[in-house]
Design a protein around this ligand. Structure first.
Ligand SMILES: [Mg+2]
Length: 456
């Protein structure tokens, strides 16, 4: 590994030429606080915290590097921060502004190098061209990016840059020096350059995977490094383990080829459910099921659509947008709103029609991974963040209980679809009129259902 100050060597005949430096990862330091300092130059070089709302009872969601020597960090309560550092600037978050500056930053970096992927409002990966893959050249490019940001956007927006053969390694490299770091991590620097890193600091190793690694006696980086791809696959319990292994060992794998852009369900309505009143319950059940899958995939949606087929012919559709969420209550409220609109429109034409089918979709999906919190902060109203997170937790708990109940019934030997009405499931009282197994997974031609769908 090299730091920015070190004189880069000549790479010459690189034994790891098959794993070239192809990724530049940038992570903005204390980003929200940086934008506040950028917009309020009098705060440059001063301790600043950003809070989700203007209240003394909340915790900081960002702390400038100048605040950190006082023991202030993300999560520190405002009142404590004022005690630790009298005079500290306390700034309520302005998420629209953080997004606007994010766009300026990406545009500036793209003047130098093509964008590969935005991970969050303050993290993104860029691609190094063939001619930039020599460590010295790559560091030159990184320095030009930093200078460009300082000159054309603002000097308050500092960043840590990591350069490595894969996105995972480049992110780990960026983490090594903060703030204002520039670190190159070559294949031949491994594993020693990372041997002190705690496993849970590595993206892709959450609490669940860490526990499984511990059970396999993998408790430090060197042990992780020695795993074989097959062992990683077994520990992760999926191909993700193998993909992680490749990322860690410097082999870039392609991103998921088919990224989910929407999740939804459609049903033809039987006579029993063809009145708008009954069909509404079906649409709600479909939406609850889609929402459960959304949470299973650890994604957030930002719009919901409804389409209704009218007998003997015709149809109606509508959609609602919202800040990214996993909250079924929010989705149901919007669905009900669309449903009322539909009924009002139809009543203006005469008696309510019989309905042939309903389709609901959740669109505008965003992943919630390691940067989930930032995503939430980015997209939610400050006062909505906590409520949104609490509700997502509640729904996740319901999903887990339902999956658990299904698994138990399956062990007892009966396939899920044969238990009759799923009375054993936790659902909303307003949904009790409909047996949820009516919505059992169907083999659709447009997509292959995944195993987990039979549980969630
Ligand atoms: Mg950051």
């Amino acid at each position: 590994m090299r730091s920015g100050q070190e004189k880069p060597g000549i790479s010459g005949a690189d034994p790891a030429a098959d794993r070239p430096l192809s990724c530049l990862f940038i992570d903005f330091n204390a980003y929200f606080a940086g934008v506040e300092q950028h917009d309020h130059p009098e705060l440059m070089g001063k301790p600043v915290i950003v809070t989700p709302l203007a209240s003394e009872h909340t915790g900081a969601i960002a702390a400038s590097y100048e605040a950190r020597p006082f023991g202030i960090k993300r999560g520190t309560k405002v009142a404590d921060a004022r005690k630790l550092c009298p005079g500290i600037a306390v700034m309520p978050a302005r998420h629209d502004r953080y997004v606007a500056v994010h766009k300026q930053l990406m545009a500036e970096i793209e003047r130098h190098i093509p964008l590969e992927k935005v991970y969050s409002v303050d993290e993104a990966a860029f691609r190094l061209s063939r001619s930039e893959r020599d460590p010295a050249r790559a560091m030159d490019t990184a320095r030009r990016i930093k200078e460009g940001i300082a000159r054309n956007v603002g000097p308050a927006l500092r960043s840590s840059i990591g350069i490595a053969p894969t996105r995972l390694l480049a992110k780990l490299a960026a983490e090594r020096v903060k703030p204002d770091g520039l670190t190159v991590l070559r294949r031949e620097d491994l594993p020693h350059a990372l041997e002190d890193i705690p496993l849970t600091d590595i993206p892709g190793i959450g609490a669940g995977v860490a526990a499984r690694l511990a059970r396999a006696d993998v408790n430090n980086f060197m042990a992780l490094w020695r795993l074989q791809p097959k062992q990683a696959r077994a520990i992760w319990g999926s191909v993700m383990g193998e993909r992680f292994w490749h990322g860690l060992h410097g082999f870039e794998t392609v991103e998921e080829p088919t990224k989910k852009s929407m999740i939804g369900h459609s049903r033809v309505l039987t006579r029993e459910h063809e009145t708008p009143e009954k069909a509404r319950i079906v649409a709600r059940a479909l939406l609850l099921k889609a929402a459960s899958r959304l949470r299973h995939y650890k994604m957030h949606a930002s719009s919901v659509s409804l389409s209704v087929r009218i007998r003997p012919e015709g149809g109606w559709q509508s959609a609602r947008r919202f800040k990214h969420s996993q909250d079924s209550f929010l989705f149901l409220n919007l669905l009900d709103e669309m449903w009322s609109e539909f009924c009002t429109r139809q009543r203006q034409k005469g008696p309510l029609p019989r309905l042939g089918g309903v389709t609901v979709y959740l669109h505008g999906l965003a992943e919630c991974g390691e940067t989930a919190l930032e995503q939430m902060e980015l997209f939610a109203e400050p006062e909505g963040i906590e409520k949104n997170a609490r509700r997502a937790d509640l729904w996740k708990a319901i999903d887990d209980i339902n999956a658990d109940l299904d698994a138990k019934f399956q062990r007892l030997g009966a396939p899920a679809a044969q238990h009759g009405p799923r009375k054993r499931h936790i659902s909303l009282a307003s949904q009790s009129g409909l047996a949820l197994n009516y919505l059992g997974v169907k083999i659709a031609f447009s997509r292959v259902p995944e195993e987990a769908e039979f549980l969630y």
